[in-house]
Structures are given as C-alpha cells and as structure tokens.
Design a protein around this ligand. Structure first.
Ligand code: PGA
Length: 249
C-alpha cells in the first residue's frame, strides 16, 4: 500500500506573515488525514516553518539543493544545512530549475545523490515540453531523465525517493494533464523501474504535478499509478490545498 503524499511547492512566494497564516489554515484543514503533507517554502522561511509545524503532522521540504557538501558556492545551500531545520525532502530537477538555471540531467543526478547521502528524500521531477509531447517523444524524454539518475545511483537509490511527473506544458498554465494522460506516463515510469527491481517499483510513490487543483485532484488520485501530487499555485491557497490533500485520502 502506497501512502499518498501531497507536496506544496510555494516557489518564490510568501512573506513571514502570509506563511504563518497559510500554515495555520492548512494545519487545521488537514488534521486527521491519512496522506502525508509536505510543505516546501523558500529557504529563508525554513526556521519559521519548522517552528510552526512542530506539533503537527506536516513535513518539511525544500525546492532545491546544491550537490556539494560545502565550500565556495556563493548563494547556494547544502543538504546538511537544510537537514538542521528538520527538512526531510528536497525537490530536484524541477523544470524551472532545468530551464531557467540550466540544470542538466547530470546535475540533477548529482543533486539526487547528495540528498541520499544526507538522508533527505529526493522528489525527482521529470516531464516533457509541449513540443516534445506533440512529437510523441514524451516517453523518450521522461525515460532519459529517469535513466540519468538510475545510472548515477542505481535502482537502490530509489528505495527512499519520490518521482513527480510534471509535464511542462501543464505547470502554472491552468491546463492539467488529463487523468488518463498522467496515468499513462506514471505507468511508463513504474515500468522502467520495474525492469530493474519490481519491489522498488511497487513501493515508490509517483506524484503528478501541473495545474493540480481541488477540482481535478480526485480524478487524478483515482488512477492506479498516481500516488499524490506536487502542487504549485494552488498550494498558496489554504482552502484549495487542503481540499487537494483531503482528496488524496
Ligand atoms: P502548478 O505548479 O501547480 O502551479 O502548475 C506545479 C509545480 O511547478 O510543481
């Protein structure tokens, strides 16, 4: 049984005041639910969020990480630093990181590896552009992104990891993949892992991300291979986000 997980990717949004308010409302809204709820604030709010969720069930994650353990990397943050704040998850390879900051498959694989060494659970994002989907290259692109990490850490590296399928054309556009489209790719991802180790493939949670909202969450979560969501825009709205979490179970 895979326990559903819903992660909030707040991106570069929020203030000390708005985050306190948001967390209070989310905590009240998700009380007693079975699924895991992870919040990924900007780094500067980690201490504040750690304190705010201290007595609840919510878990803490970050949106990015540097693969190096420390040193002269101006502006960067290491796995060990975020672990000090009780952080348990790190998003790696988000498409905004890949496209705006030039993160290659190799860099993403290094970040994934660094998470494992620090006992942080990586949430590996994969997904195709609209052009790639139109050219029927979705499977090829997602498989390549996954293979790069498999080559770096092996299948055992996926024992403590999550994958988020996030079609780039669905991120922040309001146009979600249909439940069938998501399920099709999730099945491919699980199949690729299964070819290496069926037990790892069975237990890994594959999230869907890209314009998830309260209105489409239940249908997405109804798919056999959709084990939760990575939520951007809608995670900044407590009511929307808690509705999504509640539909996950
Ligand atoms: P969105 O973003 O929910 O705003 O589409 C998802 C993401 O980028 O993780």
């Amino acid at each position: 049984m895979r326990v559903p997980l819903v992660a909030a990717n707040w991106k570069m949004n929020g203030s000390a005041a708005s985050i306190d308010q948001l967390l209070g409302a989310i905590a009240a809204g998700v009380e007693g639910i079975q699924s895991e709820v992870v919040v990924c604030p900007p780094f500067v709010f980690l201490a504040q969020v750690q304190e705010a969720i201290r007595n609840g069930a919510m878990l803490l994650g970050v949106q990015n990480i540097n693969a190096n353990p420390g040193g002269a990397f101006t502006g960067e943050v290491s796995t060990e630093m975020v672990a000090e704040f009780g952080c348990r998850f790190a998003i790696v390879g988000h498409s905004e990181r890949r496209s705006y900051y030039g993160e290659s498959d190799a860099v993403v694989a290094e970040k994934f590896k660094a998470c494992l060494s620090a006992n942080l659970t990586p949430i590996l994002c994969v997904g195709e552009t609209l052009e790639e989907r139109d050219e029927e290259m979705t499977e090829q692109v997602v498989s390549r992104q996954l293979e790069a990490v498999l080559n770096a850490v092996g299948i055992d590296g996926f024992r403590q990891a999550l994958i988020a399928y996030e079609p780039i054309w669905a991120i922040g556009t309001g146009v979600s993949a249909t439940a069938a489209q998501a399920e099709e790719v999730h099945r491919v991802i699980r199949g690729q892992l299964s070819a290496k180790d069926s037990e790892v493939a069975e237990q890994i949670r594959i999230l869907y991300g890209g314009s998830v909202k309260a209105a489409n969450a239940a249908e997405l979560f109804g798919q056999e291979n959709v084990d939760g969501a990575l939520v951007g825009g809608a995670s900044l709205d407590a009511e929307e986000f808690t509705d999504i979490c509640r539909s996950a179970g």
